[in-house]
Design a protein around this ligand. Structure first.
Ligand code: NAI
Ligand code: MG
Length: 356
């Protein structure tokens, strides 16, 4: 089987960490009988420098005709003074819009080796394995009307609209139920239906779609309580489905259970086209080019690509096992280093992973 992968390395530590992931994918693919066909393409600051655009048409075309997009990170000091429309970050937003990726998957898994890195007590976070499914292209971030106006008292008012249609809720619910089926079969839908009409509709539609997934246990939670429970009793959660703004906040909250930004992967998927698989962290311009970045979030993003984008769970498992095995052996990049562990750089971590 041949798999076409668009590799968007971007800026800062991007090229360093994507090299590690690509090398590992090649080897894992060989073992599992998969032939990965990688095509590099420009995005972000690197694309601005080369073409003037943060997302050249050619890049979007390469992504559209690939089976999946593996993205590292974009951005850096060099482009910070540009106006918003021309900045590297715009490349990322345009890519998501161009591929119609409406579902954002953010796992928060606490690996027992790193439980001490969490800001919470070990006995609370040990064994945590949460998957947050966030609706990415609707809700209050995109709802109309929005803007500023002057009210009857002559005061300036800013306003946004939280809006979801039934089809928008249905499609994200299907993604979440199907994911829950592959996990512990427990789905918690998070909203604020005690206050918001849009959330009443959310709850009603998710409940109705749940009828098609009788094997999944569905629960409902208000977002304020969910934020509390993620900190108080995170093992309660298996899969969570929620709207755009609640998912933004809850996924950042849950990510802190795991302790390190350098360990967090993500996926953004659509119904039919290629998904985008990328670490949660940015381009870390402060450490770019020094070969000290942690490549594990990137490798785990490649694993998500294999599992959820390409339906190759064996290759995904191979990558995930390499990560836990490298940690088992005590290897740590500088961001995770503690006494008694072995400090390695980015490319050296790559060589360790290849041997695992
Ligand atoms: P950042 O995630 O790049 O860095 C935050 C801190 O974490 C830095 O001290 C950095 O050195 C460290 N860090 C991040 N990833 C690491 C890794 N893999 N290994 C070791 N240390 C790591 O966030 P920041 O500093 O707010 O943004 C820097 C640039 O990245 C900006 O231009 C921003 O716009 C962009 N950015 C891009 C994102 C993306 O491509 N999806 C997401 C977030 C920010
Ligand atoms: Mg956020």
């Amino acid at each position: 089987r041949v798999c076409k992968i668009a590799v968007l390395s971007g800026d800062g530590i991007g090229p360093e960490i994507s090299r590690v992931a690509v090398d590992l994918l090649k080897v894992a693919g060989d073992i599992e009988g998969v032939n990965f066909d990688f095509t590099d393409a420009l995005i972000g600051g690197a694309a601005i420098d080369a073409t003037g655009s943060p997302l050249p048409e050619e890049t979007l075309q390469i992504c559209r005709t690939s089976d999946a997009v593996l993205l590292a990170a974009i951005g850096g000091y060099k482009w910070d003074a540009l106006p918003p429309e021309q900045r590297p970050e715009k490349g990322l937003l345009n890519l998501r819009a161009g591929l119609g990726t409406f579902a954002n998957l953010r796992p928060a898994v606490v690996l027992s080796h790193l439980a001490d890195a969490s800001t919470l007590k070990r006995e609370v976070v040990d064994g945590v394995d949460i998957m947050i499914v966030r609706e990415l292209v609707g809700g209050i971030y995109f709802g109309q009307p929005r803007g500023f106006r002057t009210n009857e008292q002559g005061q300036k008012v800013g306003f946004n609209t939280m809006v979801y249609s039934e089809p928008e809720i249905e499609r994200i619910a299907h993604v979440a139920f199907q994911l829950a089926q592959k996990r512990q079969k427990r789905l918690c839908s998070v909203e604020k239906s005690n206050v918001l009409e849009v959330s009443m509709l959310w709850k009603e539609v998710v409940t109705r779609i749940g009828g098609q997934y009788p094997d999944v246990e569905l629960s409902h939670m208000y977002v304020d309580n969910a934020a509390m429970q993620i900190i108080r009793n995170p093992r309660f959660f298996d899969t969570i489905v929620t709207g755009n703004i609640f998912g933004d906040i809850l996924s950042d909250t849950a990510s802190m259970l795991t302790g390190s930004l350098g360990m967090l992967p993500s996926a953004s998927t659509s119904d039919d086209g290629p998904g985008i698989f990328e670490p949660v962290h940015g381009s870390a311009p402060d450490i770019g080019g020094q070969d000290i970045a942690n490549p594990l979030a990137m490798v785990l993003s490649a694993a998500m690509m294999c599992r959820y984008g390409l339906n190759m769970p064996q290759v995904a498992e191979h990558l995930e096992k390499a990560v836990t095995s490298a940690l088992d052996q005590g290897y740590r990049t500088a961001d995770l280093f503690s006494e008694g562990t072995q400090k390695v750089g980015c490319s050296e971590m790559g060589r360790v992973l290849l041997k695992c």
